[in-house]
Design a protein around this ligand. Structure first.
Ligand SMILES: Nc1ncnc2c1ncn2[C@@H]1O[C@H](COP(=O)(O)OP(=O)(O)OP(=O)(O)O)[C@@H](O)[C@H]1O
Length: 228
């Protein structure tokens, strides 16, 4: 489903974030991206949804060439990818339900569809009762679950989570991981960049480790190894 072929990314100014990375991820996989700060994890995810372009190499996502994709096709690519960030990025002036609905509205969904889908997704993440609440009145774990609801509402084939538990306490982090596990079980591919070694060790999923922009390890049922 995802193929990176000899991908190198040099940012303007000369920072080399990725160096000759080749990686294949199949549909339905759960992949942890680990590695020290600055290893290139975020850069790799940004290349997938074309927030950044590689300096060299090819990226294929869902049968499409991401690098050569025309500007008008980028929204379709992004609709297939749900994003979850460490810092939530919810709209503070909109309620929980409105935040989730907004992700549907921008894709041109009908009101009928929105009315049907939003409650279903909120109940899946365990927030049906919080639909009318503003994000500022929610705990960190609840806010992150709103983000997950927003990420899955368009039925993406891939979820990219960049350090999703970075602002959560251990117990809340585990609750969130259960949710990701369930989403993955239903068939959605998940790529999660994380420093949470205990979670990586317990989940026993594929681990891809980057260091200095290179893949230094790629293991099925891997563990988190390097010293942070
Ligand atoms: N927009 C940018 N412009 C210039 N250099 C950048 C930019 N974004 C990232 N970099 C550099 O690219 C390298 C990789 O950064 P990246 O954010 O991908 O690492 P990371 O593994 O996600 O780190 P962290 O775990 O701290 O989030 C770093 O040296 C970083 O300084």
């Amino acid at each position: 489903m995802i193929q990176l072929q000899n991908v190198t990314k040099v940012y303007p100014g000369g920072n080399k974030a990725l160096s000759d990375v080749t990686l294949r991820i199949n549909k339905g996989e759960f992949v942890f991206l680990v590695g020290p700060s600055g290893a290139g994890k975020s850069t790799l995810t940004k290349l997938l949804y074309r927030e950044e372009l590689p300096s060299r190499g090819q990226i294929i996502f869902n049968g499409k060439n991401v690098v050569r994709m025309r500007q008008k096709d980028i929204p379709y690519l992004r609709r297939k990818i749900g994003m979850v960030f460490q810092d939530f990025r919810l709209l503070s002036q909109k309620t929980v339900a409105e935040n989730v609905a907004f992700a549907l509205e921008v894709t041109g969904a009908s009101n009928r569809e929105i009315k049907k889908t939003v409650p279903a997704v909120l109940s899946m993440v365990g927030l049906a009762e919080k639909a009318g609440v503003f994000p500022g009145h929610l705990s960190g774990g609840e806010q992150q679950r709103v983000c997950v609801a927003r990420a899955i509402v368009n039925n993406p084939i891939l979820i990219i989570a960049d350090e999703p538990t970075g602002n959560l306490d251990p117990e809340t982090s585990w609750e969130l991981m259960k949710l990701f596990k369930e989403i993955n079980r239903r068939g959605t591919t998940i790529i999660m960049a994380t420093h949470a070694w205990d979670i990586v060790n317990a989940m026993k999923k594929r681990v891809v480790e980057l260091t200095g922009g290179k893949i230094v390890r790629d293991e099925e049922e891997g563990a988190y190894r390097y010293e942070d």
